[in-house]
Design a protein around this ligand. Structure first.
Ligand code: GCB
Length: 851
């Protein structure tokens, strides 16, 4: 308790105490990397509503709720954060370090503008010494996530949550320190494995001093076991201002870094003044490795390695983008655990700790800036280009020393909007030219700042990139391909890649994105494109992995996406979420995640029974069972061994015959077991509590919140008869007023008469209703066939259900409604009908026996 009090006291009474001493007193670190105080507690309000002030702690975003509610859009405007600090003694080198704020940030100290920063994904420093006074000082930070033509991304398939969503620190430097540039220590580490004689570690740094003097630099390199590899102490003359020093160290034979053996050395640099007083410290891990991208594959050190992994967005259910770092690091552990060796940080630089984690886990990184979908033209071009160039400098300076960082990207599907939107030929030429101009600048900048890295760009499946020549700029070209989803079929992937390779035989290609939406509530035995089932997701990923493995010139692949993520404008089956994750938005693994693990980690026996429906609703007891595994597996059904099965491509599939009621299925590899409970329920209403749950116009089973399974119903079915001219309808838009959208997104329309044979009794009938509008297509759906169709507001104003009459009323389109009534069945049927043959539409129907 006492140390906490002391900490709080010191933290609030922050003074010009020598930083090292301060932190030493706080008992945190006795050789701090930098003197830093977390500024975690703030008062927050929206600029438009200064009366609603709340206390917040960082990380924080103001869009956690409104980016997921039923009202289209989310707050994009200005948020204000305020806090105060106490300064006891003025000092020359204080600054605020922001790890990331989305997206335009203005910092005021005691109401004077101290600085501003554009861009939501890179860290930045704002020097504040000249604005501080002794005593209390107010810090006010205005963060703005409005659309601004000068800040990327201008358009993208993810939510631009606003706020101070990463941490903020108050920093102090001594009179002599390592220089800071682009929000990072101005030190470049280059670790070359060299040969048997040893490796070379090059340190390229800039030292800042108030006067001409001499400094002492202590270097210490330790290996992963903490053993000293080299250390020395150098006296270096420095000038007032900034002095550059380039020093090389020869190390005896080095242990190289690779994804399978991510061996790291630690570099510690201490800066003392000429009297030996501590001034500054820098510490970073390094890995010795070489990389090359060739048309025979990706080569790390001397080995060819097929890169297989995922893309990652940084948000998480319940947090928006304000996700505690510990939570974020779990993602990387899951990716590594799955057997991934590759991670694309799409579409923006992520938290520094993500890069550190990739270093120590052994993940090859592709990191990029969010220049997505379009580049502005006209007067807006130059300010945008300036922001982007600055952003790339920050991005590189902040991440370049990480051995995991291999690919540095700068554009994603940059002609997407141009292809999708309508433009005059002149406008189109202008867009092509400006985009190309910016790409050239970014390519040159990246090659200059990061000469040992591989430049990269991701493009969508369109020839405009080849026509303009933009696709020839980067060292590695990434294709984002969605054959079998937005366009074509799964097996179109390979031929497309072959054609590209034939045209450009010197170009190493990478599949930078591929994926399909899936929803763990939706399952089918007959997967098909756009059904959002996990079964189609697996089929797609299996097809892609197979086609990429056969092609050495495709150096790697990154699934889109590791996790479902927030994309506010999306509908699909979980509105506001892009559902292409291998894990759900809350990070629970989907079945395909397990499949990747089975095939990528062959050394590790894995058995995972395919999780689909908790209940088998069918009139026959036969059902197919799937097991994901990389070993022969023994299956038991209700305690009885039903055989040992050999996996094919990570899967076993077999038929079982269930017993009525509860069934237990167990799968074994020796002592490794997975089991599921499966209930066989014959669809029927012959006793009290019996239910029939039907999802009209659907092609897949749906498990609802109560774990009930809804049966997909088309015109031909075993349950009821309908008038001849019914039609099925479907939308992918958000249905307001429900989170069980799949029950409302399909319907049977043009209904006038529906008859369900039932035993006599009393039943509760729930009609699930929603009318549709025509779907608006989104830019990503370039080649997608229209799935939305118009389900007109019901014509009929009421329906008759046996002895009951239900008013259908009038509600706006895309609004979920449920009408409930109780009916008597005395002649063996429920009949739902309209007067005079008028039409109505029905989305889903639940009938439950009351008596
Ligand atoms: C893409 C984009 C990515 C989207 C993805 C999708 O090609 O690069 O940002 O989220 O497609 O799901 O449509």
């Amino acid at each position: 308790f006492y140390p906490i009090l002391l900490f709080l006291f010191l933290a609030t009474q922050y003074s010009a105490m020598k930083p090292a001493i301060l932190l030493c007193l706080l008992g945190l670190v006795c050789h701090p990397v930098k003197a830093q105080i977390h500024l975690d507690n703030w008062m927050f309000y929206k600029a438009s509503d200064s009366l609603s002030v709340s206390e917040v702690t960082l990380p924080h975003t103001w869009n956690i709720e409104d980016a997921f509610d039923d009202v289209p859009g989310y707050f994009r405007g200005q948020g204000v954060y305020e806090t105060t600090i106490n300064i006891h003694e003025l000092a020359a080198h204080r600054y605020l370090h922001f790890k990331g704020a989305n997206q335009l940030t203005r910092v005021y100290i005691n109401d004077s503008l101290a600085g501003q920063h554009r861009g939501g994904y890179t860290a930045f420093d704002i020097p504040i010494s000249e604005f501080l006074r002794e005593g209390k000082n107010q810090i006010k930070v205005l963060v703005d996530n409005s659309h601004m033509e000068s800040i990327p991304p201008l358009d993208a398939d993810f939510t631009f949550y606003g706020g101070l969503y990463r941490k903020v620190y108050l920093m102090e430097e001594n009179e002599i320190s390592f220089n800071r540039n682009y929000g990072a220590d101005d030190i470049l580490l280059k670790a070359s494995p060299g040969n048997e004689q040893g490796g070379i570690l090059n340190l390229d740094m800039r030292i800042r001093s108030q006067e001409d003097t001499e400094v002492i630099l202590i270097r210490k390199i330790t290996d992963q076991e903490g053993l000293r590899v080299d250390s020395d102490s150098l006296k270096l003359p420095v000038k007032a201002g900034i002095t550059a020093k380039n020093l090389s160290l020869k190390l005896p034979e080095v242990h190289v870094w690779s994804p399978s053996d991510p061996y790291l050395y630690n570099v510690e640099l201490k800066l003392l003044d000429k009297n030996g007083t501590f001034m500054d410290r820098f510490e970073h891990k390094v890995g010795f490795r070489t990389v090359a991208a060739t048309t025979e594959g990706f080569i790390i050190n001397q080995d060819t390695l097929k890169l297989i992994g995922v893309n990652r967005h940084q948000d998480l259910e319940g947090f928006g983008n304000a996700v505690p770092v510990e939570e974020q690091l779990k993602d990387l552990m899951m990716i590594k655990e799955m057997g991934g060796n590759f991670l694309r940080l799409a579409h923006y630089p992520q938290h520094q700790e993500i890069y550190e984690m990739a270093d120590s886990l052994g993940l090859v990184l592709w990191s990029e800036i969010p220049v997505v979908n379009k580049v502005p033209t006209g007067a807006e071009y130059r300010p945008y280009a300036e922001t982007v160039l600055q952003m790339q400098k920050e991005h590189i300076a902040q991440s370049i020393n990480h051995p995991s960082l291999v690919f540095i990207g700068y554009m994603n599907e940059i002609y997407l909007r141009m292809v999708f939107d309508k433009h005059s030929p002149e406008q189109e030429t202008e867009i092509k030219n400006k985009t190309l101009e910016l790409a050239r600048e970014l390519e040159n900048l990246t090659r200059t700042m990061a000469p040992d890295h591989l430049t990269a760009m991701a493009i969508h499946g369109h020839q405009v990139y080849n026509e303009t020549g933009i696709s020839s700029l980067p060292m590695v070209l990434g294709w984002n391909l969605y054959y079998g989803w937005y366009v074509g079929a799964i097996e179109d992937l390979g031929p497309f890649l072959d054609e590209e390779f034939a045209k450009y035989p010197d170009r190493p290609l990478i599949l930078s994105e591929y994926g399909v939406g899936s929803d763990s509530r939706l399952h089918t035995e007959y997967p098909e494109k756009y059904d959002f089932t996990e079964e189609y997701q697996l089929k797609y990923h299996q097809g892609y992995v197979e086609q990429v493995k056969e092609r050495p010139y495709v150096i790697g692949m990154a699934a889109w996406n590791f996790s479902d993520f927030g994309s506010e404008f999306r509908g699909d089956t979980k509105p506001h979420i892009n559902q292409k994750g291998l894990v759900s938005y809350d990070r629970s693994p989907k079945n395909t995640y397990w499949w990747y693990k089975a095939i990528l980690r062959e050394e590790k026996p894995l058995v995972h029974i395919w999780k689909d429906l908790p209940i088998h609703v069918g009139s026959t007891p036969d059902r197919s069972i799937k097991v994901i595994t990389n070993r022969p597996v023994r299956l038991d059904l209700n305690g009885e061994n039903i055989g040992v099965f050999e996996p094919h491509n990570g899967m076993i599939q077999t038929q079982v015959t269930l017993q009525p009621g509860s069934n237990k299925i167990k799968a074994y590899i020796n002592k490794i077991v997975d089991s599921v409970q499966l209930y066989w329920q014959t669809p029927g209403l012959n006793k009290k509590g019996g239910k029939l749950e039907l999802n009209f116009g659907a092609s897949t089973y749906f498990t609802d919140r109560e774990r009930s399974v809804w049966i997909p119903i088309n015109k031909e079915n075993e349950f009821f008869k309908v008038n001849e001219d019914v039609r099925n309808f479907r939308t992918s838009s958000n249905i307001r007023g429900t989170d069980e959208d799949p029950l409302y997104q399909t319907a049977m329309g043009h209904l006038s008469h529906l008859m369900i044979p039932l035993e006599n009794g009393t039943y509760k009938v729930d009609l699930y209703l929603a009318s549709f509008q025509k779907n608006k297509s989104i830019a990503y759906e370039l080649g997608k066939e229209e799935t939305g169709s118009v389900l007109k507001a019901t014509h009929a104003s009421q329906v008759r259900i046996n002895n009951a009459v239900l008013d259908l009323g009038n509600t706006p389109p895309l609004q979920a409604r449920r009408l409930t009534t109780e009916v008597e069945v005395s002649d063996g049927n429920i009949v739902i009908s309209t007067d005079k043959g008028e039409y109505f539409g029905l989305n889903a129907l639940r009938i439950s026996r009351v008596k």
